[in-house]
Design a protein around this ligand. Structure first.
Ligand SMILES: Cc1cc2nc3c(=O)[nH]c(=O)nc-3n(C[C@H](O)[C@H](O)[C@H](O)COP(=O)(O)O)c2cc1C
Length: 212
């Protein structure tokens, strides 16, 4: 077993109280933004947008729309993970073009892929499409949390907020987006006793089953 990895994962915890005086360096922030960029998504469609919010007034408004959880305004940076409301045929075309230029493949050779993705998504209802897009947001969150821990940056994965209010405060609907997850990042406060609590996890014996 790789003890370094386990050490990182047990160092990480859902931070309840950040030290507002400690800020993430621009170098660490760049690393983490690239983690979001390199997150995988189904068919590579990346139906996501990430907002990095430092503006204190906006963050105070968002804190009120987050059951007053103080991490939203006290952390160094606030990341809001948004899903596109839909993955339109036009979006699929744009991503196919990006694949074509990035890998120098003629667009005609990607037509089969393009049709396949369009076919797979065309029968989804609006709600199913948003759900599919939102699932991609959770993958980004998982990658983000573990890489924050590698950098010894604290984080709080958050679903405890009112998405409709976020959409309104951040004018997301008109951009075709929906707030799905929130993740304040920064440095834990010494006063946060949660950092010293034992992790509560099912034992491996009940969590994992081998079918040999
Ligand atoms: C999707 C998701 C949403 C969560 N929402 C919140 C939240 O709104 N506020 C909060 O303080 N913790 C939130 N948590 C943190 C969990 O309660 C925490 O991860 C869990 O109890 C395990 O503890 P640990 O992360 O400290 O190991 C959330 C976690 C996940 C994965």
């Amino acid at each position: 077993m790789n003890s370094e990895i386990i050490k990182e994962l047990t160092w990480r915890y859902a931070t309840k109280k950040f030290d507002p005086s400690k800020k993430i360096t621009s170098s660490d922030l760049s690393t983490l933004l690239n983690v979001l960029r390199y997150t995988p998504s189904s068919y590579g469609m990346q139906p996501l947008k990430f907002l990095v919010i430092t503006n204190p007034d906006i963050r105070l408004q968002l804190q009120k729309a987050s059951f007053n959880q103080s991490q939203v305004s006290e952390a160094s940076h606030l990341i809001v993970i948004c899903a596109q409301i839909e993955t339109s045929p036009n979006h699929i075309d744009e991503m196919t073009e990006l694949m074509s230029t990035t890998r120098s493949i003629e667009i005609e050779k990607l037509q089969g892929f393009n049709n396949y993705v369009k076919g797979a998504l065309k029968n989804l209802s609006g709600q199913e499409m948003l759900l599919w897009n939102s699932k991609q947001a959770y993958i980004a969150l998982g990658m983000f949390l573990s890489n924050c821990a590698r950098l010894r940056i604290d984080s709080t994965p958050m679903e405890g907020f009112e998405p409709d209010k976020y959409d309104e405060i951040l004018s997301l609907t008109q951009k075709g987006l929906k707030a799905v997850l929130v993740c304040p990042i920064g440095y834990r406060s010494e006063e946060d006793h949660y950092s010293r609590l034992e992790k509560v996890r099912k034992p491996l014996e009940t969590l994992i089953e081998f079918l040999d």
